[in-house]
Design a protein around this ligand. Sequence first.
Ligand code: UD1
Ligand code: MG
Length: 444
Amino acid sequence: MNARSCQVVILAAGEGTRMNSSLSKVMHEVAGLPMLGHVLTAAKAVGANRTAVISAPGADDLAGLVAAAAGETFFQDRRLGTAHAVLAARSAFNPPADDVLVLFGDTPLITVDTLARMRKALADGAVVVVLGFSASDPTGYGRLLTDDNGALQAIREQKDATESERRIRLCNGGVMGFRGGGLLSILDRIDNDNAKGEYYLTDAVRIANEDGLLTVVVEAGEDEVRGVNIRADLAAVERIWQDRRRQMAMAQGATLVAPETVHFAHDTIIGRDVVIEPNVVFGPGVVVDDGARINAFCQIAGAHLHSGAQIGPFARLRPGTAIGENAKIGNFCEIKNADIGTGAKVNHLSYIGDASVGAATNIGAGTITCNYDGRAKHRTEIGAGSFVGSNSALVAPVRIGDEAYIASGSVITEDVEDRALAVARGRQVNKAGWMERFRSRQRD
Ligand code: UD1
Ligand code: MG
């Protein structure tokens, strides 16, 4: 536990015009979670005791997410620069936290490890800490100006930089950390006497140096500071996020046959010795236990695969689904809000929704639970060790007992007791010699 208190300020008052969207920019999703959600998660993970989100007046779509993270929202009335934005949360700086970190809501790839290193720099005596990175193309970024000993002196924004300053590759990634105690006295001295006429948060570095206070750079890779301004940036950030997550799954003991084709959600949990074949998409809320196998072309959301379960190819698991140990879901099956028991099989072309299927029960090809009557959903309960013949329709609400047997092609509308056979279809009639009589009738 870090004994120092920490406050995180997340800037999210940008207009996001270039997203061409009715959604606030920071509400656009990466791995199924709004960008702001990723930043809030990182803030919590680095130990923030308080979180302030600076948003533009009228950006109401952020409120729920911020409240769920126990954060406070502050509004920046006019967009006068990053220092002005931080000062919108002025009332939250009293009493000051030991560490204050300023993050951007549109820069969701920042890692907890990097933020922790920035907090460490503050704990070691820095008054201002800047996240630096070596830019492949520094155009547009603030350049980090250092003295002959490599000590940070100031940050020069692109528009204010001289030709030689513009050649500097070490840039400001945007995240900054401050000793909470001196923060307001520094911020209140920042003016807008610069090329953009904005209050630059980055001027804090020059002011701290003038006061003889220690300012330091913590470096990270360029990917981490990648910001989103247009939808193509969003796709680029998604790609980086997915690649990181795939590497993590493999490092933790899962086999990804073609990792570049597997798409995780922000909260996917994958155990050891899980095998994931190509082209698998995870929606939110999936847990895959050790030793489960996901064959090619599956889409899974809100589902728990217990150990040894196997699904696919071409299976769709929808929310509320649990696939029991060693159970099998085969091709072209859709399972929704259903518990599939240990060792049960639903192998071909079935829809099982709002249902429970007992251990070791076999559901034949083409079985459908008719869970919807046009108004409400109803449950189908099937016991253990039962057999449902192919092409059966189970009209819910209905209950089928243990070790029961449903003849193929049945339409089951009434409960079936344990160990009974249910046949609910027209009886087959064979008429011997029928073809001759038929032909002679045709000749008449
Ligand atoms: C900023 C940094 C620059 C750094 C770059 C990294 C300053 C002055 N410059 O520049 O050194 O290299 O980020 O990407 O800080 N915002 C508000 N209110 C405002 C202004 C900005 O909430 O009044 C938010 C924006 O929505 C954005 C973030 O602050 O999330 C950064 O603002 P932006 O205008 O993108 O700053 P840059 O010019 O990119
Ligand atoms: Mg920017």
